[in-house]
Design a protein. Sequence first.
Length: 196
Amino acid sequence: MPKTLSEQEIADFRDRVCDVGERLFAEHGPDAVTIRELASEMGVSAMTPYRYFKDKDAILAAVRARAFDRFAQAMEAADATDPSQYAYPGEVYVEWALSHPHAYKLMFDVNQPTYHQHPNLLKAMDRARATMSGGMRNEPALAGKDIELIAHVFWATMHGPIMLELAGLLRPPLDARKLAGAALPRLIEGMTGKKA
């Protein structure tokens, strides 16, 4: 009979599974990763992860939710530090993505058709999405404009260079920071009429 685990032990093991899962899913894709492989990487029996997660899909959802939450925390911290600068997400977004490439790939480069079946993942996705437009809502130059559309334009402008770099398609002197850094001021000026 397995021993009864404390809530902290359960949380710690789930975190370990997510740590290993983040790397494996990002490197090999969810379809190539098995519960057995996750367990082997962790040095536990193939059945152990099932004590903590229903199946591989639940593990992937937990890993992705954690990535979206970590991303949102970074964006929210930037907003709390300097709300005026945060009105146009840019540098913090790009830096986080490049510093956490496995997490970023899982957030945006992995299709999980069952995502709607995982409330924690949905909540984390909504939280991360909200960080893209939060500061813009208080920007006088954007009053009366479609904030959701503008936020998605900024998002796409940052996402493109990041994915190009993560895919190894940019060669020096070009990199994601340089491309986003060149595009964002022009985008801000175009959207607001103000020099960035």
